[in-house]
Write a protein that binds this ligand. Structure first.
Ligand code: AMP
Length: 220
């Protein structure tokens, strides 16, 4: 068993972040904390918060920093994450979130901020083809569907297109990424936590590159 890790994943929508996050969580034996998955779970539960979040998500907007910081702070305090660490996927997305995360993690700071680099033209094609399991969130593509008629190989859930993977919402999300999230790469470069990896290629190729880059970073 490895020593765990405290890692944040940055990358455009469709960069393969979710896929790599699942593999990293398994590799380092830490929880995969995806703010998008947490919001989608709230939507599915039909809570008042979930309904409000759904409207923002379907339009490709961002849920408020205040709410997201609260959600993440609570989740990182759970024993699994507070102990061995976590793979944080989808947070921070704004400078205010990054600064709040710095305060939340002041006693056990982030070790690695991994930026998966994939060009905008490539991610648009990937997102259009993306399909996800409604119940467990496993990610597929029309090029690599589940074995049996859009039924998830992991838990038998229905595999569908995300409600926010429409063209208009995707364009808005990419604009917000460029304006709000991309500047964070510079923020973490300055802090010495940034590790940058080319996200083009098969998930296995990318994962190999990711592990190599983390190993180099940790031994530096
Ligand atoms: P994702 O699955 O990471 O693409 O997230 C799906 C949607 O959830 C985003 O387009 C946002 O509307 C919302 N969301 C997820 N994480 C955050 C965050 N850290 N801050 C604000 N909104 C978020």
């Amino acid at each position: 068993m490895t020593n765990g890790i405290r890692l944040v994943l940055l990358g455009r929508q469709g960069s393969g972040k979710g896929t790599q996050a699942v593999r990293l969580a398994e590799h380092f034996d830490v929880p995969h904390i995806s703010t998008g998955d947490m919001l989608r779970a709230a939507v599915k539960d039909g809570t008042e918060f979930g309904l409000k979040a759904k409207a923002v998500m379907d339009a490709g907007g961002l849920v408020s920093d205040e709410i997201m910081v609260g959600v993440v702070q609570e989740r990182l305090a759970q024993p699994d994450a507070a102990g061995r660490g976590y793979i944080l996927d989808g947070f921070p997305r704004t400078e205010a979130q990054a600064r709040a995360l710095e305060a939340i993690t002041s006693t056990l700071p982030l070790e690695v901020v991994l930026n998966l680099e994939v060009a905008e033209s490539e991610v648009i094609e990937r997102i259009t083809k993306r399909r996800v399991c409604r119940s467990c969130g496993r990610i597929y593509s029309v090029d690599t569907p589940p074995a049996d008629d859009w039924t998830c190989d992991t838990d038998g859930g229905e595999v569908v297109q995300r409600d926010d993977d429409t063209e208009g919402a995707v364009r808005k999300r990419l604009e917000l990424y460029a304006a709000e999230t991309l500047p964070l790469v510079e923020f973490y470069r300055a802090g010495g936590q940034a590790v940058e990896v080319d996200g083009l290629g098969t998930p296995d190729d990318v994962f190999g590159r990711v592990i190599d880059a983390i190993t180099v970073h940790q031994s530096a």
